[in-house]
Design a protein around this ligand. Sequence first.
Ligand code: IMP
Ligand code: MG
Length: 178
Amino acid sequence: MEQDRIFVKPIFTREEIKKRVAELGAIISKDYRDKHLFLIGILKGAYPFFADLSRAISLPLQVDFLMVSGHKVVSELTQNIAGCDILVVEDIVDSGMTWDALKKGLQKSAIKSLKLCALLDKPYRRKMSVEIDYTGFSTPNKYVVGYGLDYKGKYRNLPYIAVLDQISTEEEDLLYSA
Ligand code: IMP
Ligand code: MG
């Protein structure tokens, strides 16, 4: 049964994530000190990372969210971002197609700058080249869950990141194409 799926050991523990998020927050706070930082969180996967990272940044930033499904942006921002320094917060960059779509959409607004912060970088299956400005961790070429990342809508609330055990290659291909 799906509920009985066993996880291998976490590849990134909650302590490791906490430490890395604090480091990223400090770097971003320094880089954006004199800027108009506006964080855009990509739902649903980035929600825990976004909440933790935004609180690790010691600047008076603004926030908004975009919903992405199947590499397409399916919602709109609620605020005007013209003139702002946009930092997009993503869960994981895999093929790069989501970032490509986001970049094209956001560049239509008269923004001052656009950068990407991704919790995880999985560079093995890139279809478009992506320059990630701030990366949490590099992941192995495996399907990972937890801390926002899902398997069929579940496991987002795990406080650590783990590789799914007992997953067939066929099943993994299906997950990626979903
Ligand atoms: P990209 O558009 O291929 O770069 O993929 C980005 C999206 O694919 C992420 O935001 C995730 O929703 C999903 N994704 C890619 N790899 C994984 C994984 O290992 N676990 C869970 N979701 C993943
Ligand atoms: Mg997803």
